[in-house]
Design a protein around this ligand. Structure first.
Ligand SMILES: Cc1cc2nc3c(=O)[nH]c(=O)nc-3n(C[C@H](O)[C@H](O)[C@H](O)COP(=O)(O)OP(=O)(O)OC[C@H]3O[C@@H](n4cnc5c(N)ncnc54)[C@H](O)[C@@H]3O)c2cc1C
Ligand SMILES: *[C@@H]1O[C@H](CO)[C@@H](O)[C@H](O)[C@H]1NC(C)=O
Ligand SMILES: *[C@@H]1O[C@H](CO)[C@@H](O)[C@H](O)[C@H]1NC(C)=O
Ligand SMILES: *[C@@H]1O[C@H](CO)[C@@H](O)[C@H](O)[C@H]1NC(C)=O
Length: 478
């Protein structure tokens, strides 16, 4: 595949929305009502009952984008480098999700998962096992028995794995068993978060409302609306975005802005950054296939193949495939089985200006195509040889918000902080340096929140509110 540039579009790239002065003030404004934005808003409204927390979502309901187009797997935390945010927040988020599911009766099931290995893949599962043994408990974990492993795993024999799943290929000679992996009703999780926000003192959900423009705000001595604090002037438009008329516009001063807008998340920052510093986004489509047919008798665990380490080693030394976990088998809470997601890079059309028309180009790629089925079938057949091609049907697709493109290595979640003063000269900070600390006005951007973002959502919220948020300024304005 030829190398292609990522999309570096900016919000309001066409300049359609002119600057307007703020008419109201909000303490915390969260952009994006996916699972991550909801988790952050829930935590803020609980932690700061006397402050206002608004969550703005462009669709008429929560979770219409990536948060409803994924595998709904509660990942154990096996795959990422030990010192990464992905590992830390997945381990912590997993505990928090199971706790929340129990407390609020959210449908979920600890199915456990098998990573199945052929003979040449033994070393891969052994290295996952060795890594899991060494992981330490993440920050904020409640007190725990120190002899308990944060990520229990077990290497099991071919006989044992065939006893558990009799239809697995005879070529599968060993497996890594992960008992902590499970599945969750992601809509149930999001509804429980919505309910908490709505019932909180200071929280509010604002749907069908899109952020269209963001400007840094530094108070001048002549104005008194702002109470002397830095922040962000956020312009929104409410109404059906496809309607001919422009909808109702609103302008707020947000003391703290949290950007959890998923696939769109670089757009706000990019509108403030000069073109050469803009953040590129890459889009990795994942398609799922449903399956009806032979070769899947009694399957009750999630089954993941090893990433294709053999071919990968040839090209890239010892690295494993970080871009996708391979076409695996997932179950939903109704017991329905599906295969996926695969990985296919999608790009905006060639020769188009990078403007707002192209920002959401990925929405044209959400219909799964028949073309992917043959490749998926071949991938699945290697571990479940009894499946038949005719049983595969396109199911749905999701799009991974990626910060590195094809062939890129591991990329962690990014939690970036910017301050209004970094942008007043029109130049923008290079890397979100913390020059404005203490002055208020943080913009916290959550970037590249791909898998395990659902599992990590509550852990991300905890990290944002407890570790990243500048609470000295948050508290002093109360
Ligand atoms: C194929 C696939 C499989 C996956 N499988 C798993 C899995 O099994 N387990 C797991 O833990 N994770 C999984 N993930 C990852 C997980 O789905 C995501 O990390 C998570 O859903 C991200 O949530 P989010 O809230 O950041 O983003 P989103 O759900 O995309 O939410 C962002 C929201 O922001 C809104 N928005 C954007 N721009 C604006 C604007 N200007 N104004 C107002 N609103 C705006 C959007 O409408 C959207 O609702 C998977 C992802 C994919 C693609
Ligand atoms: C928050 O509000 C409650 C009730 O109105 C009040 O008792 C409490 O002192 C307030 N806390 C702060 C930090 O302002
Ligand atoms: C969210 O953050 C990204 C990356 O930091 C930025 O490009 C985008 O403009 C931000 N969106 C908002 C609404 O602040
Ligand atoms: C699948 O397993 C069932 C029994 O559990 C067996 O009857 C059937 O032959 C197996 N099919 C394949 C293709 O292995």
């Amino acid at each position: 595949m030829q190398a292609r540039r990522g999309l570096a579009a900016a919000l309001n790239g066409s300049g359609r929305f002119k600057y307007k002065s703020p008419e109201s003030v909000v303490d915390f404004l969260v952009v994006g009502g996916g699972v991550v934005g909801l988790a952050v808003a829930q935590r803020l409204s609980e932690r700061f009952p006397n402050k206002s927390t608004f969550l703005v979502e462009r669709h008429s309901r929560a979770g219409e984008e990536t948060s409803s187009r994924n595998s709904e797997v509660i990942h154990a935390g096996l795959y990422y480098p030990p010192d990464s945010l992905k590992t830390r927040l997945c381990l912590r988020g997993r505990q928090m999700i199971y706790d929340r599911c129990q407390k609020y009766n959210i449908p979920h099931r600890k199915t456990g998962k098998l990573v199945v290995a052929e003979d040449h893949q033994r070393s891969y599962i052994e290295s996952l096992h060795a890594k899991a043994l060494k992981l330490s408990w993440p920050p904020h974990s409640p007190s725990h028995n120190p002899t308990h492993n944060v990520l229990p795993t077990e290497l099991i024999s071919g006989d044992k794995v065939h006893e558990m799943e009799p239809n697995l290929s005879k070529n599968i000679v060993a497996a890594l068993w992960s008992p902590e992996t499970g599945i969750v009703d992601s809509h149930g999780l999001m509804e429980s978060l919505e309910k908490d926000i709505m019932e909180s003192e200071g929280g509010a959900l604002v749907y069908s409302t899109k952020v269209v423009r963001v400007d840094p705000f530094i108070p001048s001595s002549s104005s008194n609306l702002e109470g002397g604090n830095q922040g962000w002037v956020v312009q929104t438009v409410t109404g059906d975005p496809s309607a001919a008329s422009e909808g109702e516009s609103d302008v707020m001063l947000a003391r703290t802005l949290i950007n959890a807008s998923g696939l769109a998340s670089p757009l706000i920052l990019n509108s403030l950054l000069p073109p050469e510093s803009r953040i590129s986004m890459f889009y990795g489509r994942g398609s799922y296939a449903s399956y009806k047919g032979p070769g899947i008798s009694g399957i009750s665990h999630l089954i993941y193949p090893c990433p294709d380490t053999a071919s990968d080693r040839k090209s890239k030394g010892n690295s494993v495939n970080f871009q996708s976990l391979g076409t695996h088998l997932t179950l939903d809470l109704q017991g329905k089985l599906r295969f996926g997601p695969d990985l296919e890079w999608i790009f905006p059309r060639e020769g188009k200006e990078e403007d707002e028309l192209e920002m959401d180009f990925w929405q044209g790629h959400l219909v799964p195509s028949e073309e992917r089925l043959r490749e998926m079938y071949e991938a699945v057949k290697s571990y479940l040889p009894g499946v038949e091609f005719d049983g595969f049907q396109p199911d749905y697709c999701g799009v991974r918000p990626k910060l590195v493109g094809p062939g890129g290595g591991f990329q962690d979640f990014v939690i970036r902080v910017d301050y209004p003063e970094d942008f007043v000269d029109g130049k923008g900070s290079k890397d979100g340096r913390r020059s404005g600390k203490g002055m208020g006005g943080q913009m916290i951007s959550l970037l590249g929140i791909e898998s395990p973002g659902l599992t990590s959502s509550l852990g991300i919220a905890e990290c944002v509110v407890e570790d990243v948020l500048d609470k000295t300024s948050a508290d002093e304005t109360s």
